[in-house]
Design a protein around this ligand. Structure first.
Ligand SMILES: Cc1cc2nc3c(=O)[nH]c(=O)nc-3n(C[C@H](O)[C@H](O)[C@H](O)COP(=O)(O)OP(=O)(O)OC[C@H]3O[C@@H](n4cnc5c(N)ncnc54)[C@H](O)[C@@H]3O)c2cc1C
Length: 409
């Protein structure tokens, strides 16, 4: 039996603590907040999308960085295992669109309560309001954990589950990166992901609040295609957001550090240019004397029409029967590729996850143990793994947390 210290009482830390304690170890879980799972509480807009019930291939496709590193952890403690675990601990679940799994009550607090029950049953010793300032490996293989209140404790094994840098107010302030670096680990540059994007043009601000459904977006830098997706997006006072944009940000954040990214929106992905031309001609024939500003009702949201015409360089007062063939082509091109220049991402306070983190090259994927410091383990967002929205990021935390906990000898 080992004495195990776990720094961080989020999703990964709680799961690691339960697994290690159920395996017979004496487990100490340190959390600097006054309660466990502060970030978990705000997940899924307070509903907590606990996992995704898709098949393993789909799960791995939704992991953006280092999916292969997750194989062992996922197959040991899969999405099905997470669901069984939660149900066993009194959290009834339901599956929604896109195989997203939520508590039936729509309350993230029920998930936290389920975990707390399991922690208690397993006999984990929980230390709230306890910030670890510095973990120091000792020559005998143990670790001394120095606390902010001046006390210290010695443990045989250490699991770092301090999370990323996003939404710092929940306690995830990047401490784990500093701890790992001090113990010789490499931290891959951290950056915001699943984050809204800022754009250069002022069209976005003019369209603020407008949500576009069933559009396709492509993000490119030079000849490199970074992302392509279909779904919903939103204009904001600073740029763009919404599900499609958040996903796109996970693939473009790295490139935005090198320069601008072109965002091209296909406003009519279901229609070819030829079909659009026929459609526009029909609309024009029905109202030849109307101003162009007034004939777009069926093709574009009303709020977008003046901005779209300005984008195409056509004055809204122009009569339909005086639109030239070339102007018609411009309109069609604009509908198929409404372009904006992405200049950057919003800050960590608005980013759902942190990309980058402790390099997985220095961590054994079969145990989550450090390849550099024996007895040191990692789990959750502190590692250089991240996924798209849909319950995948929590699945990463559950799987890696469980594997780290169960691997302790
Ligand atoms: C708004 C929002 C919504 C989200 N919604 C979803 C969703 O619905 N589904 C999904 O799958 N993912 C979601 N995510 C992502 C998901 O919440 C995280 O990926 C996940 O919580 C990571 O778990 P973790 O345990 O690794 O880290 P965290 O949950 O960040 O936990 C880390 C803990 O460590 C503690 N800590 C840090 N340093 C110290 C220290 N020095 N001493 C003591 N304690 C310390 C922190 O206080 C914190 O409690 C969302 C994220 C956000 C921000």
């Amino acid at each position: 039996m080992s004495r195990v210290g776990i720094i961080g009482g989020g999703a990964a830390g709680m799961m690691a603590a339960i697994a290690a304690a159920e395996n017979g170890h004496e487990v100490y879980l340190f959390e600097k907040n006054e309660k466990l799972g502060k970030k978990l509480f705000i997940t899924g807009k307070g509903r907590c999308n606990v996992t995704n019930a898709s098949d393993p291939d789909t799960v791995f496709q939704n992991v953006v960085t280092n999916p292969k590193f997750l194989y062992s952890a996922f197959y040991l403690f899969s999405n099905t295992a997470v669901m069984e675990f939660l149900e066993k601990n009194g959290v009834r679940l339901k599956t929604e669109r896109g195989n997203r799994v939520f508590p039936a009550s729509d309350k993230s607090s029920d998930v936290i309560r389920g975990l707390e029950r399991a922690l208690q049953r397993a006999g984990v010793r929980i230390f709230l309001n306890t910030e670890i300032k510095k973990p120091v490996p000792q020559k005998d293989g143990s670790f001394t954990l120095f606390m902010a209140n001046g006390s210290k404790i010695s443990v045989d094994r250490l699991i770092l589950t301090t999370g990323g840098r996003s939404y710092e107010s929940t306690g995830s302030t990047g401490d784990g990166y500093r701890f790992a670096e001090a113990m010789g680990h490499t931290v891959v540059k951290t950056r915001q992901a699943l984050v809204p994007l800022t754009v250069k043009e002022n069209y976005a601000a003019e369209l603020m609040g407008l949500s576009l459904k069933n559009v396709s977006v492509t993000m490119t830098q030079g000849n490199r295609k970074l992302y392509e997706g279909f779904g919903e997006m939103l204009f904001t006072h600073f740029g763009v957001s919404g599900p499609l944009i958040l996903s796109g940000s996970s693939y473009s954040a790295k490139w935005l550090e090198k320069g601008e990214v072109l965002l091209s929106i296909d406003l009519k992905p279901a229609l070819t240019e030829e079909q659009l031309e026929q459609r526009i001609l029909r609309e024009f024939e029905q109202a030849p004397n109307k101003m162009i500003l007034h004939v777009w009702g069926s093709l574009l949201p009303r709020k977008m029409v003046p901005v779209f015409l300005e984008y195409c360089g056509i004055t809204g007062e122009k009569k339909v029967n005086s639109i030239t063939r070339e102007e018609r082509r411009t309109l069609i091109r604009g509908l198929k590729a409404f372009r904006l220049t992405v200049t950057g991402t919003r800050g960590f306070q608005e980013s759902i996850i942190t990309q980058g983190g402790i390099s997985v090259k220095e961590v054994n994927p079969a145990t989550m143990e450090s390849r550099l410091v024996p007895g040191l383990y990692f789990a959750g967002e502190v590692l250089d793994i991240d996924a798209l929205t849909g319950g995948y990021n929590l699945q990463i935390a559950w799987s890696t947390g469980y594997l780290a906990g169960i691997s302790i000898e």
